[in-house]
Design a binder for this molecule. Structure first.
Ligand SMILES: CC(=O)N[C@H](C=O)[C@@H](O)[C@H](O)[C@H](O)COP(=O)(O)O
Length: 229
């Protein structure tokens, strides 16, 4: 685990961050429901919440006393996590303590570069989480001023390994390659895998689907039963 100069990052050290999101069209995708999920995560001992869109971040920040990682998903191909400086700025202004931004090496719709996002978010007093898919992207983001690096996008870009479980090899490689705190995120399904992520060198662990997505979890059980019949 890395030590960090920021009191906020110190609060997250060795702790669980719960991602409270729901995909478009999902019955859970109402602001009130997402606030309830965040309150449940707080009651269960989470250290922070990761949430999507300005309205949801504003609502959670009113009712939940935890630090907030805000992102703004726009679209579902290419760069869709906080794709432009406008999106990043809006999340910081909505009350995100940390703004998560796609820091893969793909072009952004507004032609911006990752350092433009870092400058805009830092100017508003928030920190930046770089969502990456590869070691090279993570190291570049650290050089460009990211406050945290998250493995969020491993498995979701053409150049990264497609695997069922979390990319713990990427967590370990990033933790060995940079002093910037590394967050393990993506397909962490059990408490054992969360602990393995910390053992691999993660500063914190983000879990979404396994805690906050009943539709996806139901589908997994339905598929399991279909396989056995
Ligand atoms: C790839 C992408 O768009 N990830 C998103 C990022 O915010 C979310 O859809 C994920 O739920 C989140 O990363 C947590 O991961 P998991 O739900 O696997 O625990």
């Amino acid at each position: 685990m890395t030590t960090s100069p920021s009191p906020l990052l110190d609060r997250l050290a060795g702790r669980l961050i719960v991602s409270c999101q729901a995909p478009p069209g999902d019955p859970m995708r109402t602001t009130e429901t997402l606030v309830r999920l965040a309150l449940s995560a707080e009651a269960g001992g989470a250290a922070a919440i990761r949430a999507n869109e300005p309205e949801v971040v504003r609502a959670i920040s009113r009712e939940v006393g935890l630090p907030l990682i805000g992102l703004w998903k726009d679209g579902d191909t290419g760069v869709y996590i906080t794709p432009t400086v406008h999106h990043a700025t809006a999340m910081a202004e909505a009350g995100a303590d940390i703004v998560a931004v796609d820091a893969t090496d793909r072009p952004r719709p507004d032609g911006s570069a990752f350092p433009d996002h870092v400058a805009a978010v830092h100017a508003r007093g928030a920190l930046v989480m770089a969502d990456v898919a590869t070691l090279e992207e993570g190291l570049a983001a650290a050089r460009d001023g990211a406050d945290l690096i998250s493995t969020t996008l491993s498995g979701y870009t053409p150049g990264s390994p497609q695997q069922k479980g979390p990319d713990l090899a990427l967590v370990a490689a990033l933790a060995a390659g940079t002093r910037t705190p590394v967050v393990a995120e993506g397909r962490i399904r059990t408490p054992v895998e969360a602990a393995q992520a910390l053992a691999a060198g993660a500063h914190s662990v983000v879990v979404g689907t396994a805690i906050t997505a009943p539709t996806a979890l139901t589908r997994q059980f339905v598929a399991g039963l279909a396989q056995s019949s």
